[in-house]
Design a protein around this ligand. Structure first.
Ligand SMILES: [Zn+2]
Length: 317
C-alpha cells in the first residue's frame, strides 16, 4: 500500500540515535539541554489538545519522575520522556484506567493551564507525525518499564540501562528488551461488502475490523485466517499485507491486512464478539460520515478507520 506510512503513528523518520544509548555520560550531559515529555499513568502531557507538552529538565512536574528514557534527536535536540505517575493530582485521578477510554484530563499546578495529561487515543489524530511517533514510543517504553521490573529468568529486580532501551538483571546478567506484541487486523471483503464486528466493552454502536494477536509459529496470513474463522466462522482465501501501525495500548504493532472471504455465512463466537455483520460499500460511506442509524465507525486515528477509508476511496494499492 503506497500510502501505508501516512497512518496515525506511521513513521516520521525520527533519528533515534541508538548509538548514544550506551553512553550514559553523554546522555547525562544532553539531558539538561534537551526537552522532556512527562507521561502520567500512560497519559502524555498535551499542549492545547493538539501537540506534545514539552518541559525542561528542571520543571517541577518532573519532581516525582523516574529515570528518563532517551527517545532520540528531534532536529538535533535531545528528547527524553519521564514517567511521573507518582504525582497524585487532587482531582480526576479516579477516572483513570476505567472503561474503554479515559476522557478525564489532569492539569499540574506548576504548568500553564493549556497543558494537561490526556489519553493519547483522544488526541492521536490531531498530533503531527513526529509528535505521534514520539508519544507512541514514550508511552510504550515507559509502560514496559512499569510492568517489567523483575527478571523473567531469575526473579531478581532488574535495572534500566541503555537510555531506557534495555533492562539488565544484576543477579544473572540476562538482558531484557522492550516488547512489542504483533496483532493482525483485517479488512475482509466479499464482493462489495466488508466484515465488521464489535466487542461488548466498546462504545455503543461502534463496529470495527476484526483483529487478534498473532500466535507463536504463525505467519500474518495464517493469523488472519485463524482469527476470522474463530470469531466469525468465515473461511478466508487470499491475504495480503497493507500497512502497519504501532499501537501503544499497551504494546501492540498492528499489521493491517486485506483478505478475501470464500463464504459470507457467519457463525459468530459470542464469547469473542458481541456482534459481526457484512456492510456494503454504500452503507459504509454513511457509517464513516456518521449518518448510519445503527452503526458508528472505528475511531479516527486507528488503523481500522484508515483501512476502511482507503478501501472506500479505492487506495489500497
Ligand atoms: Zn536474572
Amino acid at each position: 500500500m503506497r500510502i501505508a506510512e501516512t497512518v496515525t503513528f506511521g513513521g516520521s523518520g525520527l533519528d533515534r540515535a541508538a548509538a548514544l544509548r550506551a553512553d550514559s555520560g553523554k546522555l547525562d550531559a544532553l539531558f539538561p539541554q534537551g526537552r522532556v515529555l512527562p507521561v502520567w499513568r500512560g497519559k502524555p502531557l498535551i499542549l492545547q489538545g493538539e501537540s506534545l507538552g514539552w518541559v525542561t529538565s528542571g520543571s517541577p512536574v518532573l519532581a516525582f519522575g523516574k529515570a528518563p528514557i532517551f527517545l532520540g534527536l528531534d532536529d538535533g535536540v535531545a528528547v527524553f520522556a519521564q514517567d511521573v505517575s507518582a504525582w497524585a493530582p487532587e482531582t480526576g485521578a479516579a477516572a483513570v484506567e476505567q472503561g474503554f477510554m479515559d476522557s478525564s484530563v489532569q492539569t499540574h499546578p506548576s504548568l500553564p493551564a493549556d497543558m494537561a495529561f490526556m489519553e493519547l487515543r483522544a488526541v492521536m489524530a490531531a498530533l503531527s507525525p513526529r509528535d505521534a511517533e514520539l508519544a507512541a514510543t514514550a508511552k510504550a517504553v515507559l509502560q514496559w518499564h512499569a510492568s517489567h521490573g523483575f527478571c523473567s529468568a531469575c526473579g531478581a529486580a532488574s535495572e534500566m540501562v541503555e537510555g531506557g532501551w534495555q533492562r539488565r538483571c544484576p543477579t544473572c546478567g540476562t538482558a531484557h528488551f522492550p516488547r512489542t506484541d504483533p496483532v493482525v487486523i483485517m479488512l475482509i471483503t466479499k464482493g462489495n461488502s466488508v466484515l465488521v464486528g464489535r466487542n461488548s466493552n466498546w462504545p455503543e454502536g461502534m463496529y470495527s475490523l476484526l483483529a487478534g494477536f498473532i500466535e507463536p509459529g504463525e505467519t500474518l496470513e495464517a493469523a488472519v485466517r485463524r482469527e476470522v474463522m474463530e470469531e466469525a466462522g468465515v473461511p478466508v482465501g487470499a491475504v495480503r499485507y497493507l500497512a502497519s501501525q504501532p499501537w501503544p495500548f499497551p504494546a501492540s504493532l498492528m499489521f493491517g491486512c486485506a483478505g478475501e472471504a470464500l463464504d459470507d455465512r457467519l457463525a459468530i463466537d459470542r464469547t469473542e464478539l458481541e456482534d459481526a455483520c457484512w456492510i456494503t460499500r454504500e452503507e459504509m460511506v454513511s457509517v464513516m460520515a456518521g449518518r448510519h442509524p445503527r452503526i458508528k465507525p472505528a475511531r479516527r486515528g486507528a488503523i481500522a478507520h484508515f483501512l476502511i477509508a482507503n478501501w472506500l476511496a479505492d487506495r489500497l494499492d
